[in-house]
Design a protein around this ligand. Sequence first.
Ligand SMILES: Cc1ncc(COP(=O)(O)O)c(C=O)c1O
Length: 386
Amino acid sequence: MLNKPAKAIPLFDCKTTQQVIGQQKFLDAFKTILDHGGYCQGPETKQLDTALANYSNVKCCSTCGSGTDALTLALMAWGLKQGDAVFVSSFTFVASAECVAITGATPVFVDSDINTYNIDVAALERAIQEVIKEGKLTPKAIIAVDIFGSPCDYDAIYAIANKYNLKVLSDSCQSYGSVYHGKKAGSIADMTATSFYPTKPLGGYGDGGAVFTDNEEWNSLVQSCRVHGMSPDDHYDNVRLGLTGRMNSFQGAVLLQKLTVFDAELEARCKVAARYDNELDSYFNRQQVLPNCRSAYALYTINCEDRDELMAYLKERGIPCGAYYPRPVHTQTAYAKWSTRALPVCEKLSKTVLSLPMTPYLDDEQMDYIIGTMNEFANLKKSKAA
Ligand SMILES: Cc1ncc(COP(=O)(O)O)c(C=O)c1O
């Protein structure tokens, strides 16, 4: 029988960073905002735009209200509309496809790769060819979702995008801080959207998001759409449709503070992931990170056939875990009308994946207990099967 660790194990940890940085720094920053009165898109969010653009090594960053806003604003800037097709994996959080539907375009769901859980590039090309052959929709863009923080195969995606003249939007809502072949998330695709929802690798204390691009024209369209399609010359002339997509200044201040420890937290996440990678029994299939890439490890996710039993086993022993995502987007009520092809890998993943505790602040005792309990389950299963 394994001994429970002294400290309870969280699935996510949104609070400890405050102790690491010192809560007073947040309170001081909030006092500054209360005093200056620029509560929406004030000086802090502008400072954050610059800090994030520098961090990602990209020309433009526009912070906004959420990751969903960021995805939607990017597609709005590209003028996506009814009759356009956008290719996206179904094994993702709903917002990856919701943003497409909001613009009036059609999400075309694509199957996933069983090893990386990201979009299957061969299935992507087949889906594009089918849409062209049907002749009803015009292929316009691909949304590459870096699921659980792990970068997609962007070289393969760009080979296809270039062949069919499609734009690539990276849904890096879970992968801010990841690295693909030396490039940080934000600088890999034509445009990138990220989320600062509290459980994300760079999480705020509320909703937030950002759009990244090297294209200044697209960035100014994003900024216009962020405030109802406002003209930069006449604030009372709205020249296109947009949203209320601003970030509030308090969130900007939180994220500026959290950015100071972000690299250290990413490193700590990678150490936790390395322990899982090296010490978990081979009974569990790990999500594979592509060579020459670093995941931001929003989540550490394995898959196994008896996922539901494992989940109950862990929870009974005080180890929180989650099945992300138990229902692919194309099977959800509002999206079923766009379900046009079989997605067997995605459906299998939704029945077998399990995400384990992942925070930069898990200590050795907690990790020993999680890994020990997982391996105990694997041994039980293996001895029953023998
Ligand atoms: C892959 C993915 N895309 C988009 C979003 C949407 O981000 P937000 O919740 O900030 O709107 C999320 C958030 O969970 C996500 O995980």
